[in-house]
Design a protein around this ligand. Structure first.
Ligand SMILES: Cc1cc2nc3c(=O)[nH]c(=O)nc-3n(C[C@H](O)[C@H](O)[C@H](O)COP(=O)(O)O)c2cc1C
Length: 205
């Protein structure tokens, strides 16, 4: 394979964005202190631990206005909403650079809702969503990105998606995954396995 640095930048970006595997796809909902709503798609949300329940995600360098980051710093709260098959196109559109006073909810055609007094808007159409409080951030000093850490406050989903042991069937919920920065993919029937132990063979549940 050729030197990565010699590849044309767009090609390299697509290649590197895809090679790390399928991504979670979520819309992050925020609001500024003047009440301007914001919604943007992120493919970098990861699990950072269950006790306490933490998630993390990365922001690209703050070389341009990043409303999501600004709003989270201003208010300390945000919502995370799974992207689902029926609104992939709308979710993708939230990546467009709209002015601060334009709500991506309106621009993309998604409905904002506020649940139990949370100060950040949720996506009504989304089947799995949760509210978070800003906890901390860590600079990725090598490239200027920032990893933000959030604590999960409240999780909203239909109980029919949850297995008796708490596992969520993301396929049943129609949540989708991402490839690179512009590819969207549906899940297929999941296969679950029993906890792996050295003395037992892989055992399907
Ligand atoms: C599929 C997809 C995934 C994205 N993931 C991220 C991400 O993880 N981090 C990021 O900073 N931007 C990401 N973006 C770009 C943001 O969605 C885009 O910059 C958006 O305009 C940010 O909105 P804001 O300025 O209102 O915060 C992604 C875009 C797409 C299409």
């Amino acid at each position: 394979m050729s030197d990565l640095e010699e590849l044309p930048s767009r090609y390299r970006a697509n290649l590197i964005n895809s090679c790390t595997g399928y991504k979670s796809l979520n819309l992050i909902g925020t609001q500024d202190s003047d009440g301007n709503k914001n919604l943007a798609i992120f493919n970098s949300i990861i699990h950072l631990g269950s006790n306490p329940a933490l998630i993390g995600f990365t922001f690209r360098p703050l070389t341009v206005q990043r409303d999501t980051y600004k709003n989270i710093k201003e208010t300390g709260v945000f919502t995370v909403n799974h992207v689902q098959e029926v609104f992939i196109d709308k979710a993708h559109q939230t990546a467009a650079k709209y002015p601060t006073n334009t709500s991506e909810f309106d621009a993309a055609g998604l409905e904002a809702e506020y649940l139990e007094g949370t100060l950040a808007p949720f996506v009504k159409e989304s089947n799995i969503k949760y509210s978070c409080t800003y906890v901390n951030e860590y600079p990725i000093i090598e490239n200027g990105c920032i990893m933000v850490v959030g604590a999960i406050n409240a999780l909203y989903l239909n109980e029919s998606f949850i297995a008796p042991d708490g596992w969520i069937d993301l396929v049943k919920a129609n949540s989708i995954a991402g490839i690179g920065i512009d590819g969207y993919v549906k899940g297929v029937a999941p296969i679950r396995y029993e906890y792996a132990k050295p003395e037992t063979k892989p055992q399907k549940k």
